[in-house]
Design a protein. Structure first.
Length: 108
């Protein structure tokens, strides 16, 4: 059984602990069990919601985690693309500045 505390999860989110530390090699959809602690109010809400939707709590939580991870991956990708674009924009500005005198030489 793999147990991950809320504090560890928050540290992973903040990038203080690499997620790879907790990733075990899985073969063909192998599953691991996670144990979490939540307030009783949260558990009661989960029970009501999942009962209304006809889902098991574990299915709901798994789907929610997958959605959040996908959202985080998308956000990280967008941040990387933005940084790359900004780097290219800065480089383009520098190149433009380097050639501004050469461009005006032929105008005379």
């Amino acid at each position: 059984m793999v147990s991950v505390s809320f504090v560890v999860v928050e540290q992973i989110k903040m990038g203080l602990i690499p997620m790879e530390v907790f990733m075990l090699p899985a073969a063909n959809h192998e599953r691991v069990r996670l144990s979490i602690s939540v307030p009783i109010e949260t558990k009661n809400k989960l029970c009501q919601l999942t009962h209304f939707q006809g889902k098991r709590i574990s299915d709901f939580i798994r789907e929610t985690i997958e959605e959040k991870l996908s959202q985080m991956d998308r956000h990280n990708f967008e941040a990387q693309m933005k940084a790359a674009y900004q780097g290219l924009a800065d480089e383009n500005i520098q190149i433009t500045d380097d050639f501004k005198y050469a461009d005006s030489e032929n105008l005379s």
